[in-house]
Design a protein around this ligand. Structure first.
Ligand code: FES
Length: 574
């Protein structure tokens, strides 16, 4: 690759030919505003060059150049901050605002909207352009995602992530000219499509065109109902990102502060979904051993992720016997809360309201699946919890750490790492190793299954047995693995799949990262650190889990466990 030398704002830089002006400017720490351009996972880039916010002036060129799509050339001289470029950008933002609802105060994305930030950075105080406004009905058909096309700026980020990263292809541009809108085909509601509700489209949408279904007022209403016992469970990945919403250091788990905040908000009991992650391992490892010893279907696929299960039910329904029948930790927790816990508290399950805090939008949909018996009443995301904490006027950063409540609050390091891709596999291996060998596993860190690459393979030696494992995160990667299973091209025993690239740390309900994907490895490290610091790091050694089986469930993968903790999958058209 040849090198070219160019000048940006009077500073020289040497870059490889083919580099865009935007990339070259970054090397000089020169910030050019962007809107449609975004680097996505798996090296996929959204750069339709359509918004024109990134215009710069190039010597010798009559018109301005979009920096995100224009390659550099030898001797190029660029001004990113000329009056002409600044005015052009301002015009572009004003034009976008002229066809955008100006009710920012009422928008779900208020203070997180990239268009709003650009307008503020540019000091826009009035919109010169007036004209016809696009109006579309809001799609509120799903439990997870709200689509408000009036706020769509046609950047196509959602379309790219949905089609190229997740390969689900629900969202795309339809119609022409002024009537162009990004939508499911024929303008169908989301619930009548293959949408898995993974929420990756929401994560990358720069405006309020795609947002989560906000359930915070339902939670406040529940907390205000004195006839109900309102309890909460929090998923592992939430603690790794919640602090970001309060300006805290990225990559620091805020478990103790999160527990304190939830108690201060008014939850009667604050429990940990990590407890149910340990329970999941008891059932999943038992199921795997049962399949291996009884000639059952292999590979077995993990089933913790509802986005992935939905994808599977839509697109691979010929393989319905492949995923584990285990419910997800959220739903296992729900089943235990409404039976064992209710019995212990001497409560009618109808008088318990269980709220889940999840990093995920598909969890909202999962809780509403009829076969889940409404065990989980309300699901909110990490972002919604942050809003509630702010609404309650809690000074999160100065909270003193508190502990989860007992009975369903004890968890091991194995439960914590469920929040990152490879974590379920590693947790399962820690238990399977000891169950198979009947020996104590001293080094519990199966580093071979860690990392954020989209597809990973590993062969793990358990005494003289070799376990062949694969891990995929992101639905595009899941599709590749599933096609291999369908065509009998692989001989893995166990596969872990998570719908979101990187796993739950990058779930559709986590604080927005605006393309800064290095944040994900910091979130992953936060979970690995919490795992390292746990006194117990193997699920089957969790004393509350041992007690649960002794007092209530009987043996793992037994009859009662099967009834409460396992589920079925269905072929779905939409
Ligand atoms: Fe370059 Fe949109 S960011 S055209």
């Amino acid at each position: 690759m040849s090198l070219v030398t160019l000048t940006i704002n009077d500073k020289q830089v040497q870059v490889e030919s083919g580099t865009t002006i935007l990339e070259a400017a970054k090397l000089l720490d020169i910030n050019i505003p962007t809107l449609c351009h975004l680097k996505l996972h798996e090296g996929v880039e959204n750069k339709p060059g359509s918004c024109r916010v990134c215009m710069v002036e190039v010597d010798g060129r009559r018109n301005l150049a979009p920096s995100c799509t224009t390659p550099v050339f030898e001797g190029m001289v660029i001004k990113t901050n000329s009056i002409k470029a600044i005015k052009a950008r301002r015009n572009v933002v004003e034009l976008l605002l002229s066809d955008h609802p100006q009710n920012c105060l009422l928008c779900e994305k208020n203070t997180d909207c990239e268009l709003q930030k650009l307008a503020a950075d540019m000091g826009i105080r009035e919109i010169k352009f007036k004209g016809e406004m696009s109006t579309y009905p809001k799609d509120t058909s799903s439990y997870s995602i709200v689509r408000d096309s009036d706020k769509c700026i046609l950047c196509r980020r959602c379309e790219t992530v949905c089609s190229e990263v997740q390969t689900v292809s629900v969202l795309s541009g339809i119609n022409r000219g002024f009537n162009t809108v990004v939508s499911p085909a024929f303008g169908l509601p989301m619930t009548e499509t293959n949408c898995t509700f993974c929420g990756q489209c929401v994560s990358v949408c720069p405006t309020g065109a795609l947002t989560e279904v906000n359930n915070t007022s339902k939670v406040w209403d529940a907390l205000n109902n004195k006839d109900k016992l309102v309890i909460v469970q929090t998923a592992p990945a939430v603690r790794a990102a919640l602090g970001e919403a309060f300006g805290m250091e990225v990559g620091k788990a805020v478990t103790g502060k999160m527990v304190a905040a939830l108690r201060s908000i008014g939850f009667a009991k604050v429990f940990d979904t990590d407890f149910a992650a340990d329970l999941t391992i008891m059932e999943e490892a038992s199921e795997l051993m049962h399949r291996i010893t009884h000639g059952g279907r292999l590979p077995m696929l993990t089933s913790c992720c509802p986005g992935w299960i939905s994808f599977f039910e839509h697109e691979f329904s010929d393989l319905l016997d492949v995923p584990s029948s285990c419910k997800s930790p959220q739903q296992m927790f729900g089943a235990i809360a409404k039976t064992y816990f209710a019995e212990k508290m001497n409560k009618d399950p109808k008088d318990i309201i269980l709220v889940s805090v999840m990093p995920c939008l598909a969890k909202k949909y999962e809780a509403a699946r009829p076969e889940m018996n409404n065990d989980v009443d309300i699901v909110i995301t990490t972002r919604e919890l942050a809003k509630m904490i702010k609404e309650a006027g809690i000074n999160f950063t100065s909270l003193k750490d508190e502990e989860f409540d007992s009975l369903l609050g004890e968890s091991t390091g194995a439960g914590v790492i469920f929040g990152v891709t490879g974590g379920v596999m590693e947790a399962a291996l820690r238990t399977a190793y000891e169950w198979i060998t009947k020996e104590v596993l001293d080094d519990v860190d199966f580093k071979v299954v860690r990392g954020l690459d989209g597809i990973r393979e590993a062969t793990i030696k358990i005494k003289d047995m070799e376990v062949k494992a694969a891990i995929a995160s992101g639905l595009g990667n899941a599709r590749k693995l599933l096609n291999k299973i369908r065509n009998d091209e692989v001989n893995y025993q166990i596969i872990e799949i998570m719908a979101c690239p990187g796993g739950c740390i990058d779930g559709g309900g986590q604080p927005y990262i605006h393309g800064e994907y290095e944040i994900l490895s910091k979130r992953a490290n936060a979970l690995y650190e919490e795992d390292r610091n746990k006194p117990i790091r193997k699920s089957h050694n969790n004393p509350e889990i041992i007690k649960l089986y002794e007092e209530f469930l009987g043996k793992p993968y037994g009859e009662k466990a099967h009834k409460l903790l396992h589920t079925k999958y269905f072929k779905r058209q939409c």
